[in-house]
Design a protein around this ligand. Structure first.
Ligand code: ADP
Length: 281
């Protein structure tokens, strides 16, 4: 019994150390838009893998940060990209002065010690990389470390969350059905205008009326989606524009810098967006 106690005690202190940098210290601001908080809590209670779907810059990352803080769990975030390999997620042997030593990748770290693991834009990763999450997303909750010859049984607190932008979908880049069907999903979109204005004002400190004008411009741009723009202006971009205004930039210059120039190089689209800006500022 004594030996068990010693092992348990050292395991706990080690866990604290390893996941400490991944704890979210201050409560992130989240303005609820529907019943996403209670639905996520239920999914976490059942330790179901969750997929957050929606366009870029609409609040998916902020939401998972808020939920991790609310649930008191560390959050390990991975920005997925096409050169990412399974080893980048799972881990690899490193060579140092002492010889070779295994280093857990972010997914193994989260599974072993009990964090929420957030794979942002998972569709960017190649499909042969994505399949490493499969054994973690069903009743097995296991992660095989083939190179190390170890099978991790996920910590009871572990949960997997992925984000996915359906707009980027193409034949080359989509999740396999066998991956999709392992998740419950929440749909995200740009919030209703009043709510979005509240968020823009809160995040930037600009007056409500300025935030409302920015949201109008955002909505105009979203109508141009598919008519020359791949995506409309995101909530994040509106917050950037508001942030420049809060720092003394004129509203027109702020909109050109934060909204028009980043999103398109097409002269006609720039004209259309600048006209929308001129309508409000
Ligand atoms: P995504 O992960 O979807 O690309 P983010 O989570 O980075 O987008 O969202 C961009 C910004 O939008 C956030 O930093 C946050 O300021 C803001 N935001 C969007 N929706 C909300 C919301 N409901 N409550 C609070 N902030 C929000």
């Amino acid at each position: 019994a004594a030996a068990v106690r010693v092992v348990a005690a050292s395991a706990t202190s080690a866990e604290h150390g390893v996941l400490d940098p991944f704890r979210i210290r201050h409560q992130p601001y989240w303005r609820p838009v529907a019943d996403e908080v209670s639905l996520y809590e239920a999914a976490y209670a059942a330790r179901m893998p969750v997929m957050l779907k929606g366009p870029t810059g609409c609040g998916k990352t902020r939401f998972v940060e808020y939920m991790a803080h609310r649930l008191g769990k560390p959050l390990v975030t991975v920005a997925c990209h096409e050169d990412m390999t399974a080893s980048d997620l799972v881990g690899r042997f490193l060579l140092d002065a002492q010889g070779t030593r295994w280093q857990d990748g972010p997914l193994a770290l989260a599974a072993r010690h009990g964090a929420i693991c957030y794979l942002d834009e998972v569709v960017e990763a190649r499909q042969d990389t994505t399949v490493v999450i499969h054994p973690l997303t069903d009743a097995r909750r296991q992660l095989p470390l083939d190179k190390k010859g170890e099978l991790i049984h996920a910590h009871p607190d572990f949960q997997l969350v992925i984000s996915y932008n359906p707009g980027y979908q193409s034949l080359m880049k989509d999740l396999k059905q066998s991956t999709k069907q392992r998740f419950v999903a929440l749909d995200f979109d740009y919030p209703e205008p009043e709510v979005e204005a509240e968020i823009v004002a809160h995040e930037s400190g600009v007056a409500r009326e300025i935030a409302e004008k920015l949201v109008h411009i955002g909505q105009r741009s979203r109508n141009l989606k598919g008519h020359g723009l791949d995506e409309g202006l995101s909530t994040r971009m509106l917050i950037y524009a508001a942030g420049l205004i809060a720092h003394g930039v004129s509203p027109v210059a702020a909109c050109h810098m934060a909204l028009v120039r980043p999103i398109t190089d097409d002269p006609d689209m720039r004209d259309a967006l600048e006209a929308a800006v001129a309508t409000y500022f």
